[in-house]
Design a protein around this ligand. Structure first.
Ligand code: ZN
Ligand code: ZN
Length: 148
């Protein structure tokens, strides 16, 4: 799942029946929702109805539906045309850790003030179901320290 020829996050090789995701995109420790979104982006290109549509037509319709359908969930997909990689974007950027005070563990991290971050008091922990989540600034922490 790695493409050395391009700077794109990923590609879809329709005729070869595979998608590729750039190795550096995984290694730079990005937002997991971003990784999922890029995989979904490429999978969408692999659908027969989206073949040859580029980022228009059915591809665009489904990308928008997917994004809308997940926008209030803890795992939020944003399927859009991706720019090329700028790995520096992932260094020293604000990170919002989501901590469950009932499980006493880190649940996830976000790199933007998504609706989950803004409405954390309304959200349920995906592990224990309790309304006990809080947001903690973890900008200076390596997310691996959080056990994520
Ligand atoms: Zn694309
Ligand atoms: Zn919990």
């Amino acid at each position: 799942m790695y493409d050395k020829k391009t700077n794109a996050y990923g590609t879809c090789r329709y005729r070869e029946h595979r998608i590729t995701i750039h190795k550096n995109f995984f290694l730079c420790c990005p937002d997991l929702d971003h990784v999922r979104s890029v995989i979904a982006h490429e999978l969408l290109h692999s659908a027969p109805c989206c073949y040859r549509e580029g980022h228009k037509g059915k591809w665009k319709i489904y990308a928008k539906e997917f994004t809308e359908a997940t926008k209030d969930y803890i795992h939020h997909y944003t399927i859009q045309r991706t720019g090329s990689m700028n790995l520096a974007n992932y260094n020293n950027i604000t990170k919002y850790g989501i901590y469950c005070q009932n499980c006493n563990k880190w649940i996830d991290v976000r790199y933007k003030r998504t609706s989950v971050i803004k409405n954390i008091d309304e959200c349920f922990c995906p592990c224990c179901g309790a309304k006990a989540l809080k947001v903690i600034d973890v900008t200076n922490k390596d997310i691996r320290e959080l056990g994520l």
